[in-house]
Design a protein around this ligand. Structure first.
Ligand code: UDP
Length: 248
């Protein structure tokens, strides 16, 4: 690799900062209709009430998410992923994000366990799909499908696409992780529209956005270690990267 090429990889040509979130920054990309996403080590929980740093998280999540997005693209899921640019940076297609978090649950955990008074780990006979309105000031409230359409966040056809894609992604990821000794308990997805108006999967898929339990021991290998002060946070993220990197 020439020095110039190396510089190109390490010092990515980023445009103006478009958005800074809790775990990532999004910049205008080098080509039209592209963004550069940079992953930070910052961690937050409980709607930003708990803050901390997970050392190396940005690098690990960038890698995990890149592998999972490439896998999903290979299986026919439309996503925003284009290519990894550096340790912490990924080039993606620009999307207009639909302001809805789509959570899919294979087992009861987290807020569902709390809201409904159910034991964590209860297996659901089929995946439960939930929508949350992306609004920090309101604490991302749970909403129904008719809120999403009546308030104009997405059309009926788009909501149907979100559901179909979210469930298909779940089948693919559940299988991918099962082969690596990991139970996919639940996961959160975000979608957006590309410049042609097509719905694509955006954001990231990582231990920040999924619950992963070791299939043999039940050990938590995700952000719950940070949320619940369980220790071994960095090690859990590294373990998920190690499993994800295993090739079939
Ligand atoms: N989740 C997320 N971002 C959020 C809320 C939830 O990525 O703002 C993920 C979370 O990591 C878990 C799933 O969505 O994998 C379901 O989370 P839950 O509703 O149980 O909420 P939490 O336990 O985070 O309060």
């Amino acid at each position: 690799m020439t020095e110039a090429m190396d510089a190109g990889v390490q010092d990515v040509d980023k445009g103006r900062l478009i958005y800074e979130g809790k775990a990532k920054k999004v910049y205008q990309g080098p080509q039209p209709d592209t963004y550069v996403v940079t992953y930070k080590d910052d961690a937050t929980a409980f709607n930003g009430e708990k803050k901390g740093t997970i050392i190396g998280k940005g690098v690990v999540n960038n890698r995990i998410s890149g592998i999972l997005f490439r896998y999903l693209e290979d299986k026919g899921i439309p996503t925003h992923y284009l290519e990894a640019l550096s340790d912490r940076e990924t080039l993606v297609r620009a999307l207009t994000i639909i302001p809805v978090e789509v959570v899919v649950r294979n087992r009861v955990a987290g807020s569902m366990a709390k809201r409904l008074g159910l034991p964590e780990g209860q297996v659901l006979p089929y995946p439960v799909v939930e929508f949350y309105y992306k609004n920090d000031a309101l604490g991302d409230p749970l909403v129904t499908e008719s809120h999403v359409t009546a308030l104009g966040w997405a059309s009926r056809a788009e909501v149907a696409t979100l559901q179909t894609l979210a469930l298909r992604i779940g089948e693919l990821l559940t299988d991918f992780f099962a082969q690596r000794g990991v139970v996919l308990v639940d996961y959160k997805l975000e979608f957006g529209r590309d410049s042609s108006g097509n719905v694509r999967l955006g954001d990231e898929i990582s231990p920040d956005t999924c619950r992963f339990w070791d299939a043999a021991s039940g050990e938590k290998l995700d952000k719950d270690r940070f949320r619940r002060d369980l220790g071994g946070v960095e090690e859990a993220y590294a373990e998920i990267l190690r499993r994800v990197e295993v090739t079939d």
